[in-house]
Design a protein around this ligand. Structure first.
Ligand SMILES: Nc1nc2c(c(=O)[nH]1)N[C@H]1C(S)=C(S)[C@@H](COP(=O)(O)OP(=O)(O)OC[C@H]3O[C@@H](n4cnc5c(=O)[nH]c(N)nc54)[C@H](O)[C@@H]3O)O[C@H]1N2
Ligand SMILES: Nc1nc2c(c(=O)[nH]1)N[C@H]1C(S)=C(S)[C@@H](COP(=O)(O)OP(=O)(O)OC[C@H]3O[C@@H](n4cnc5c(=O)[nH]c(N)nc54)[C@H](O)[C@@H]3O)O[C@H]1N2
Ligand code: SF4
Ligand SMILES: [Mo]
Length: 743
């Protein structure tokens, strides 16, 4: 059999590393970093080889299955679609559209087909009960950037390769490889920053692997980020260092910001932050004084009690030090295939809370409801009660707070369908599971992530293998299911796809000079159904595109595909005010929704801290959320699902390395092995998420052998960051006790 080398991106995390995958027949022989990829330059991490394990994993579903009294059994696609449609339609007939809930998980953004066709499924169902991992991840940031800049993908990213001062707060990019910042080889890029004389500062309750590379690291009490950052902004005003630079011409609300931060003096917040007032002032001065500086925060600053306020303060610091939208500061990518039109709400900026969840009245955010609401929407009687669920690339039973409760709620549903290739803690509740192809069997393009890239890039990734005989692409699965739900059962999927194409073209051309040329554009995109021609549309209409003839040398998918290692479109360039999509057309420095949360922060600052310990999360270089634990090669080695605790705290509690600790909160309790670590701030403990694979019926042979514990059993669903509704995953009060020694 002939050996081939396929060049494509790794789809496991947000870094988009280029891989050179050597294959023979249907086997993977080797996976290496692609040295010719202009963006990742040969870098890959320890997780990439697991793509081969996923490809070969005997536990990965290759055919649809249905749940029977004796476990899951394989069935034909026809039977699977019929069962799925019948079950869903029965629930809808009885309970209406909202009786079917949808949950979309993280990997859906890493696959072009999944990203684009999810929208079709969503439309076919027309339910308001839409949920996603966004409320466990990005919502505070999305709400903040939408409020300030007008769109959820209007996210400024650090101009890493040109900055001279990077302040990282609540992120650990050396392990996570970056998030809401697409940048392969962060280790190399951060080292380069130091080598050119730049400074790296890390603020984190754990001395992280990123802190190991830094000039300075400061411990912070979990949850205190917003207070700290507002006191830094206070210092800028106090010392006359506010300078919006070019952005001053199109920013509103500076006076309001000045009034708001007046009360966050370094003296007031220092005791709650665990950072002294002089350090707070110095952190602010360094930012203002650097040639080009940028503040970057992620999960620790985002999925915590004051996530939206912290995200706001991060971009305020960038703006008020003149670093927003300038080289070396916080800049906006210019994606070759922009998605802005898909999220536009009629040029009015983004509105939140257009409807509320039925039981607790959580605001809708980007058309979705927070995960805080899912279990209660299933449990609580009445009109609009959720009785069926579709999960799509996700594992909420492990990923979302109040896991035991959510697990029980899923068990009580009348019907559930999952689109996923594993029987995991969540999908084991499904009546039918529809498996997408393996991770190397899709052509793909990082549609979302290139909006967040630190260089402008484009890369078309070809499938390493055809879809296995008897398998279906994800777009075929979705269209078949959606078609049956919409009563289009008699149409071929290709015909349904033609309808999808026409709709997308209509949406994308609205208001453009091509608006009256719908037929010509549709024809130019060809007859081959599937995501490729939809991407072609976006690329051709994009800022580098050929505009269907208006810029003959511009990009098309075919032209992007000629660059099999990827296409570099240059460094980030200033994009404001043109990119702003707020109703005013200006940067809104003081959005009311965000300011409305300040009294809650004040109450927290005034309250006496009561908890023994504060729990935070931790990510591991060889793990990816809940779903790479079935790879032997990644699971090997020492146990990683351990509670890290400072040696002084451990001594006080009678805990040693390897002994067992009982962690308890109002929501639940669990027992986990202890690892002493002086990397932790005293009073803080950390436990990773994504574990707990020992539930009955889970079909993960390798993972079940070393299941770990599910930290989300300790977290309460109702604890949210109020402006966004996102779950509080870091900064949770917890009681820790010794329970003896684990053998
Ligand atoms: N306590 C705590 N909880 C957390 C976090 C935390 O830091 N602390 N982090 C949160 C974050 S940031 C996230 S993103 C969420 C993740 O939460 P989820 O997205 O719910 O969970 P994942 O573990 O990413 O689940 C991925 C699922 O997708 C499936 N899958 C993989 N590839 C594909 C594909 O191509 N198609 C389909 N159909 N399925 C596929 C896998 O089999 C797996 O079942 O967890 C959140 N939960
Ligand atoms: N290897 C690996 N890589 C991954 C993932 C994975 O599971 N494994 N998951 C991917 C996903 S879905 C995401 S969203 C990204 C996340 O990317 P990151 O946010 O970079 O990753 P985390 O490890 O969650 O980093 C959060 C940091 O915040 C700190 N922290 C916790 N609470 C607080 C707080 O209150 N204040 C401050 N200042 N810091 C705090 C933690 O100690 C930790 O260092 O990673 C992605 N990459
Ligand atoms: S850093 Fe992310 S994209 Fe790069 S190889 Fe690792 S998992 Fe894949
Ligand atoms: Mo995430």
């Amino acid at each position: 059999m002939k050996r081939r080398t396929v060049h494509r991106v790794c789809t496991l995390c947000e870094a988009t590393c280029g891989l050179a995958i050597e294959v023979e027949g249907r086997r993977v022989l080797a996976i290496r970093g692609d040295a010719d990829d202009p963006f990742s330059r040969g870098h890959m991490c320890a997780k990439a080889p697991a793509l081969a394990d996923l490809h070969e994993d005997p536990d990965r579903l290759r055919r649809p299955v249905k749940r029977t009294d004796t476990g899951f059994v394989e069935i034909s696609w026809e039977e699977a679609f019929e069962l799925a449609a019948e079950g869903l339609l029965a629930v809808r007939t009885q309970g209406g559209a909202d009786a079917i809930a949808l949950y979309r998980g993280n990997p859906s953004i890493h696959d072009l087909g999944s990203t684009l066709y999810y929208i079709v499924l969503q439309r076919a169902l027309g339910t308001r009960n839409r949920f996603s991992a966004g409320s466990l991840d990005t919502w505070p940031r999305y709400v903040q950037v939408s409020s300030m800049f007008g769109g959820m993908l209007h996210i400024p990213v650090p101009d890493l390769d040109r900055t001279s001062h990077l302040l990282v707060i609540g992120a650990n990019p050396i392990v996570s490889n970056g998030s809401l910042m697409t940048a392969p080889d962060l280790r190399g890029r951060l080292k380069a920053l130091r080598e050119r004389g730049g400074k790296l500062v890390v603020i984190d309750p754990r001395r992280t692997e990123t802190a190991d590379l830094a000039d300075a690291h400061h411990f912070i009490r979990p949850g205190a980020d917003a207070a700290l950052l507002l006191a830094m902004i206070h210092t800028l005003f106090d010392e006359g260092r506010v300078d919006l630079g070019r952005c001053g011409d199109f920013a509103s609300g500076l006076d309001t910001v000045g009034k708001c931060v007046d009360r966050y003096t370094p003296e007031r917040v220092a005791p709650r932050c665990g950072i002294d007032e002089e350090t707070i002032r110095r952190l602010a001065r360094e930012l203002a004084g650097a040639d080009a500086a940028v503040v970057y925060g992620r999960m620790g600053a985002c999925c915590q009690p004051f996530g939206t306020l912290a995200c706001w303060a991060i971009d305020l610091l960038n703006a008020l030090t003149g670093n927003l939208d300038r080289p070396g500061g916080a800049m906006f990518a210019r994606a070759a295939a922009p998605l802005d039109f898909a999220f536009a709400q009629g040029g009015e900026g983004i509105r939140f809370g257009r409807h509320q969840s039925r039981v607790s009245g959580y605001d809708e955010i980007f058309g979705e409801l927070p995960m805080a609401a899912l279990a209660e929407e299933i449990e609580t009687d009445g009109d609009g009660r959720v009785r069926a669920l579709i999960t799509y690339c996700g594992n909420p039973v492990v990923s979302a707070p109040d896991s035991d409760r959510l697990d029980a709620a899923l068990d009580s549903l009348d019907f559930m369908v999952s689109i996923d290739f594993y029987v995991n803690e969540t999908t084991r509740h499904a009546k039918v599971i529809l498996p997408p192809p393996g991770p190397l069997e899709n052509d793909t393009y990082d549609l979302s992530l290139y909006n967040l890239a630190i260089r402008n890039v484009a890369k078309w990734s070809r499938a390493a293998f055809e879809v296995e005989p008897g398998g279906l692409s994800v777009w075929e699965i979705v269209l078949e299911l959606a078609g049956r739900i919409m009563g289009l059962g008699e149409l071929e999927t290709g015909q349904v796809d033609d309808l999808v194409l026409r709709q997308l073209v209509t949406l994308a051309l609205a208001g453009s000079p091509l608006a009256d040329q719908l037929d010509r554009v549709v024809e130019a995109l060809g007859k081959q159904p599937g995501p490729a021609r939809l991407l072609d549309l976006l690329l051709r209409l994009g800022p580098y595109g050929d505009g269907f003839g208006r810029a003959p040398n511009g990009l098309t998918l075919a032209r992007v595909a000629e660059h099999e290692h990827g296409l570099d479109l240059g460094p980030l360039e200033p994009a404001l005010p043109g990119k702003l999509a707020t109703a005013s057309g200006r940067i809104e420095l003081a959005p009311p929704r965000i300011l409305g949360d300040l009294p809650r922060l004040d109450a927290w600052l005034e309250a006496e801290p009561v908890a023994d310990f504060i729990l935070i999360g931790r990510r591991d270089p060889r793990s990816m959320n809940s779903w790479l634990h079935n790879s032997e090669r990644l699971l090997r080695g020492r146990d990683r699902c351990t509670v890290h605790i400072h040696p002084d705290d451990a001594r006080r509690l009678g805990l040693r390395d390897g002994s067992a600790a009982r962690l308890s909160t109002e929501a639940g309790e669990l027992i986990a092995p202890v690892e002493l670590s002086d990397r932790l701030m005293p009073g803080v403990v950390s436990l990773p998420h994504g574990w707990g694979h020992d539930l009955p019926g889970v079909g993960l042979g390798v993972a079940s052998g070393r299941p770990g514990v599910n930290t989300n059993r300790l977290l309460a669903a109702r604890e949210v960051d109020v402006p966004s509704g996102a779950s509080v995953l870091n900064g949770v009060p917890v009681t820790v006790k010794a329970v003896g020694t684990v053998s």
